[in-house]
Write a protein that binds this ligand. Structure first.
Ligand code: ADP
Ligand code: ASP
Ligand code: MG
Length: 892
C-alpha cells in the first residue's frame, strides 16, 4: 500500500542543503545604528487616493513608487547582506496599541545595522476582513457594522499611539481606505460574489494598517523608518494549488527600485500581501506573513530572520494539545519544514525554502517572554558540535493534520499494470491498492473524478472499489536523526498499540525525516500524546487509579510515595496516581496526586465516589499513554468490572481473590492483568508458575499451605493445646478474619486453588473443588462470631483425635490446597505430613507452596515465606506494577 500525505510528497520538494559554511551565523556585527532625522513620508500606497470614483480595475490599485515620492527620487544602492536583520511580528504581537508600542521598542533596541520588519495584521483583523466579504457575498447588510468595527479598532489604536501629523495622516488614510472598502463591498453585495483578487485586495488591508501604525510609532522614537507596501515589491505567480510562487528576479528588481527611492535603515513592511506580475494585488494565503519575512530575508540576503510570536519557540508538539511538550532549541531547516508541513502552525511551511538557499537562520521567539532564547532553525551542522543541546531522541517533534479523508483505490487488476498510480493522481507500489489522504472538503470531488476515470475498470471488476474513509487525521513524527536510527517506527507503532489506537495507513518518505500514520480523528490527540510521551517523557509513564485505600491500598500508596523518585530517576518509570477511590469518597488529580499528603488531600478534596467517573478520569487523561487500575479491595463488584476495563485497554493489577473466581475472559493482547497478590501475598507464586509454564515445563501438582491463618493455627496446634484455644489465640493476635469461620471454612484457600488451577490450564470452577471445612456443621450458621467462639470448644474432640492419630505415625496435620493437574482436580483438605516434610517445618503464619513439575519431579520447587499482611501484600502488588512497567518497555 502506498500512502501520501498529499499528492505532493514532501520528501522531494526541498532542494539540497547548501554545503557552504554559515557565514552569517558566526559573524559579529557592529553595534551601530544610524540616527536619521524623523522621516514623515507618506507610508504605504493608497490604492484609490486622489481618485474621484472607484475604479474596480485592480490593475490600477497598486500604485508605483514614483506616485508616492512626489518625484523626489534619490538613487541609493540597496546594500544587501549581513547588515540586514529581518523581524516578523505575528498578529498577537501587534494585537493592541500597547503591544504595538512594545514591538516598536524591540525594533528600536535591535542593534543590527539595518532592519526590515514584517508585520501581520492586528490579531483577528484578517478574520474580520474575510468575514466582511462573506457577509457582503451573502447580501447580509451587517457587513457595514462589521466594517465600522474594523474602522473603530484601528482608529482607537492609532489614537492611543500617535499624535499630531502622524495621527492625522494615518486617520486620513484609514478613512479613505474604509470608504473605498465600503464601496467595494457594496459591489460585492450587489454581485453576490467576490473574485479572488477582490477578496485578496480587501483582506490585505489589515497588514497595510498595522505596518503604517508600527512605522509611525518607530519614528516617534526619533529614528528614520519607512513603510513598505509589499505589493510594490513582491511579485508572485499564482499556481493551481492555492499557493503562490515568488518571482525572485522581478521582486529583486522592484526592491532595488523601491529602495533607491525609499532608502532607510529601518523598514516596516506589510506581511501577507504581494502582487501578480500584472500588478494585481494578491496574498501569500493564510498565515503567509512568515513566508513574506523569509522572502524578504532572501531578497536582502539578511543575517537572520526572527519570527516573533506568542510561544517560546517550536515545541516538540503543539503545546495546546500536549502540555508536556518541550521547546526545541535547534531544528534543521528540513525538520522545521516537515514540522510545519504536517501542521505545526507556529511556522508557515513555505518559510524555510527561501532562507535555506542562503543559509539564513530563522529564530522563533516569544514576544511575551524575552528571556526565552527561542528556537534556532538552521543547517544541521551549525549545531552538531554543541554539547548539551543535542536532543537525545531521534524524533524531534510531532505534528498533526485534521480533517482528512483517506481514499483507497483497490483491486487486483492494478498489479502489473503500470501507470495506475499515475492515472489516479492524474485524475485527482504494490499496485494492489493505492491509498492517499486528501482534505475532507475535497474528497467528494476526488472520488468523483476517480470513479469517472476508472469507470471501465470498476465495471470490469479490475478495480474492486474506490473507498473513502472519512474523519481521519495524520500524525507525523519528524526528526533528521530518524534516518540513521533503527527502531523509531517500531517504537512509534508500539506506543500507538499500547494506547489502543488503530492505525489506518502508514507512510515513510524516503528521506526518512518523517514517519506519518493516519488515525481516526477522534484518536488523534490521544495518539499524539501517546507517542510524544513515549519519546519525550519517561519511557514508561503509567496513570494509575487505586481502588481501596484501606490497609493494603494505603500501604501500597505509601510504598509508591517512598519509591517514586528512585523509580523515575534510575529506571525511567514514571508512576502517577491520578485517582484514589474508596467506597464513599474519591480523590482525583489531573497531573498526579502528591503521595506525601494523599490522606490529607483525600479528606480535604475528596468527592463522592463514583466508579465510572473515576475510571473515566484515570483513563481519560490522554497524555499518559498507559493506564493501570489497582484494585486493593476484596470486593466482587469491583472485580466484576475487570473484564470491561481490560477490553478498554486498561491494565489491571490486584490482590483481590474474588477476581479470578468468575470466568476469565479473553483480553486485548496489549493489556495486562496481574494478580500476584491473590496467592501468597507478595510471594512469587503466580510468577513462578508462569515462568515454569512459559519455559516449557509441565506442571504435575501444586500443593501448599495458602492460608496464613490456618498455617498459624496448625503450626501451634501442638502438645496439650486444644484447637479452640489456638483459634482464640490467633483471633486475639489479629491473624484471623473478624469471624474466624471465614478462615476455617476453607473458601479462601479454595479461591487460591482455583487461581492456580486456571493458571495451570485447568478449567475449574469454585463448585468443582471439594472443600473440607473446619467449621463444625452445627456452628456453620450459628449467630455471631462470639457465639461461635464460645461453642467451638465443644467440638475440640474430633480434631484432637485426628492429631493423636497423626502423631502416632510421626506426622502432623496441615490444612492444604492441592491442584492435581494430572487428574484435573483440585481439593482443599486437612492432610497429614511426615515430621521431616517441609510443610511440617513451618512457623508463624508462613505460606509454603510446592510445585511438582516435569523438571522438579523428585524434589518439588518450594516457595516459602510470610503470605499475609499489608506490607508484603502491598509489596506484591507493587512488584506487579513494576512488572507491568517492564512489559510496557521500561528498561530492565
Ligand atoms: P502568529 O500570529 O504569531 O503567526 P500563529 O498562531 O500563527 O502565530 O502560530 C503560533 C501558534 O502555533 C502558537 O500559539 C501555538 O499554539 C501553535 N503551535 C502549533 N504547533 C506548535 C508547535 N509545535 N510549537 C509551537 N507552537 C505551535
Ligand atoms: N494576517 C494574515 C492571516 O491572518 C497573515 C498572517 O498573519 O500571517 O492569515
Ligand atoms: Mg503564523
Amino acid at each position: 500500500m502506498a500512502f501520501f500525505a498529499s499528492s505532493l510528497s514532501p520528501s522531494y520538494t526541498l532542494p539540497n542543503l547548501s554545503s557552504k559554511p554559515n557565514k552569517f551565523f558566526t559573524k559579529i556585527h557592529p553595534f551601530s545604528f544610524l540616527h536619521h532625522p524623523p522621516i514623515f513620508r507618506p507610508c504605504c500606497s493608497l490604492p484609490f487616493q486622489g481618485r474621484e470614483s472607484l475604479n474596480f480595475n485592480l490593475l490600477a490599485s497598486v500604485t508605483t513608487a514614483d506616485v508616492l515620492l512626489d518625484g523626489a527620487v534619490e538613487e541609493v544602492q540597496l546594500p544587501k547582506g549581513g547588515t540586514w536583520s529581518i523581524h516578523k511580528f505575528g498578529g498577537t504581537c501587534v494585537g493592541t496599541s500597547e503591544r504595538i508600542g512594545n514591538v516598536a521598542n524591540i525594533v528600536v533596541k535591535d542593534e543590527s545595522e539595518r532592519k526590515l520588519v514584517v508585520v501581520s495584521a492586528m490579531s483577528k483583523v484578517t478574520d474580520m476582513m474575510y468575514d466582511l466579504i462573506h457577509k457582503a457575498e451573502a447580501r447580509d447588510d451587517a457587513y457595514i457594522i462589521s466594517l465600522d468595527a474594523v474602522l473603530e479598532k484601528h482608529k482607537s489604536t492609532a489614537t492611543d499611539l500617535l499624535e499630531g501629523d502622524e495621527l492625522a495622516n494615518f486617520l486620513a488614510r484609514l478613512h479613505q481606505d474604509i470608504n473605498n472598502l465600503k464601496a467595494m463591498l457594496r459591489a460585492i453585495y450587489i454581485a453576490g460574489h467576490a473574485t479572488e483578487s477582490f477578496s485578496d485586495f480587501v483582506v490585505g488591508h489589515g497588514e497595510l494598517w498595522s505596518a503604517q501604525l508600527l512605522s509611525a510609532v518607530v519614528r516617534k522614537s526619533g529614528l528614520g523608518c519607512t513603510c513598505m507596501d509589499t505589493r510594490e515589491v513582491l511579485v508572485v505567480n499564482p499556481t493551481s494549488s492555492n499557493q503562490v510562487d515568488p518571482d525572485y528576479v522581478e521582486s529583486s528588481r522592484r526592491l532595488k527600485k523601491w529602495y533607491s527611492e525609499n532608502s532607510s535603515d529601518i523598514i516596516v513592511a506589510t506581511g501577507f500581501i504581494a502582487s501578480t506580475p500584472q500588478n494585481i494585488p494578491t496574498t501569500l494565503k493564510r498565515d503567509g506573513s512568515d513566508f513574506s519575512a523569509a522572502i524578504m530575508g532572501a531578497l536582502f540576503k539578511a543575517r537572520q530572520v526572527t519570527i516573533w510570536t506568542d510561544v517560546d519557540g517550536v515545541y516538540s508538539a503543539d503545546p495546546r494539545k500536549v502540555s508536556e511538550a518541550v521547546i526545541l532549541k535547534k531544528l534543521s531547516y528540513q525538520e522545521a519544514w516537515e514540522m510545519s508541513y504536517f501542521g505545526a502552525n507556529v511556522l508557515h511551511p513555505r518559510t524555510i525554502i527561501p532562507v535555506m538557499k542562503y543559509d539564513i537562520p530563522i529564530v522563533i521567539r516569544n514576544i511575551f517572554n524575552l528571556s526565552a532564547p527561542g528556537t534556532m532553525i538552521c543547517r544541521p551542522d551549525c549545531f552538531e558540535n554543541e554539547d548539551g543541546d543535542r536532543v537525545e531522541s531521534p524524533v524531534k517533534g510531532f505534528a498533526t493534520i485534521d480533517n482528512l479523508a483517506l481514499v483507497n483505490v483497490e483491486g487486483t487488476g492494478m498489479a502489473g499494470v503500470p501507470g495506475t498510480a499515475s492515472a489516479i493522481f492524474g485524475a485527482a507500489s504494490s499496485e494492489h491498492s493505492v491509498c492517499f489522504a486528501v482534505p475532507e472538503k475535497e474528497v467528494k470531488a476526488v472520488s468523483a473524478a476517480l470513479e469517472s476515470r476508472f469507470r471501465q475498470a470498476l465495471d470490469a471488476g479490475r478495480l474492486s472499489q474506490i473507498a473513502v474513509i472519512p474523519n481521519c487525521s495524520i500524525l507525523a513524527a519528524v526528526g533528521q536523526k530518524m534516518a540513521s536510527t533503527p527502531g523509531v517506527s517500531a517504537t512509534l507503532f508500539n506506543a500507538l498499540a499500547k494506547a489502543n489506537i488503530n492505525i489506518r495507513a502508514i507512510a515513510q518518505g524516503c528521506s526518512e525525516y518523517n514517519v506519518t500514520v493516519v488515525v481516526k480523528r477522534e484518536d488523534c490527540i490521544k495518539a499524539l500524546r501517546a507517542v510524544h510521551s513515549r519519546f519525550y517523557l519517561s519511557r514508561t509513564t503509567i496513570a494509575m487509579g487505586i481502588i481501596g485505600p484501606g490497609l493494603i491500598g494505603g500501604t501500597l500508596l505509601d510504598q509508591l510515595r517512598d519509591q517514586a523518585a528512585v523509580l523515575k530517576e534510575k529506571f525511567n518509570i514514571d508512576l502517577r496516581v491520578m485517582g484514589i477511590t474508596g467506597s464513599k469518597t474519591m480523590l482525583l488529580s489531573d497531573t498526579g496526586i502528591d503521595l506525601s499528603i494523599w490522606r490529607d488531600l483525600q479528606k480535604e478534596q475528596g468527592e463522592k465516589a463514583d466508579m465510572q467517573k473515576f475510571v473515566q478520569h484515570v483513563h481519560g487523561n490522554h497524555f499518559i499513554p498507559n493506564t493501570a487500575i489497582v484494585d486493593c479491595t476484596a470486593d466482587s463488584h469491583v472485580a466484576s468490572r475487570y473484564h470491561d476495563w481490560l477490553r478498554r485497554g486498561i491494565h489491571v493489577i490486584t490482590p483481590n481473590k474474588k477476581a479470578n473466581s468468575g470466568p476469565l475472559e479473553q483480553r486485548l493482547s496489549y493489556t495486562h492483568y496481574f494478580y500476584e497478590g491473590t496467592v501468597g501475598a507478595g510471594l512469587p507464586i503466580i510468577s513462578t508458575l508462569q515462568g515454569l509454564l512459559e519455559t516449557g515445563d509441565k506442571i504435575l501438582r501444586i500443593e501448599g499451605i495458602f492460608s496464613g491463618t490456618l498455617s498459624y493455627i496448625f503450626n501451634n496446634f501442638v502438645g496439650a493445646r486444644t484447637f479452640s484455644d489456638v483459634v482464640k489465640e490467633a483471633k486475639v493476635a489479629g491473624y484471623t478474619e473478624p469471624d474466624p469461620r471465614d478462615d476455617l471454612s476453607g473458601t479462601d484457600v479454595a479461591r487460591k486453588v482455583i487461581i492456580l488451577a486456571r493458571e495451570s490450564g485447568l478449567k475449574l470452577e469454585l463448585a468443582d473443588i471439594p472443600v473440607q471445612s473446619l467449621v463444625p456443621e452445627p456452628l456453620k450458621d450459628s449467630g455471631s462470631a462470639e457465639e461461635f467462639m464460645e461453642k467451638l470448644p465443644q467440638y475440640d474432640q474430633d480434631l484432637a483425635k485426628q492429631r493423636q492419630e497423626a502423631e502416632a505415625t510421626g506426622e502432623v496435620l496441615r490444612y492444604v490446597g492441592v491442584v492435581d493437574v494430572v487428574n484435573k482436580k483440585g481439593t482443599v483438605e486437612l492432610r497429614r505430613y511426615k515430621k521431616e516434610h517441609p510443610f511440617a517445618q513451618l512457623s508463624g503464619s508462613d505460606n509454603i507452596i510446592a510445585f511438582s513439575t516435569q523438571r522438579y519431579e523428585k524434589q518439588p520447587l518450594i516457595v516459602r515465606g510470610p503470605g499475609a499482611g499489608a506490607e508484603v501484600t502491598a509489596g506484591g502488588v507493587f512488584s506487579d506494577i513494576l512488572r507491568l512497567a517492564s512489559y510496557l518497555g521500561a528498561p530492565s
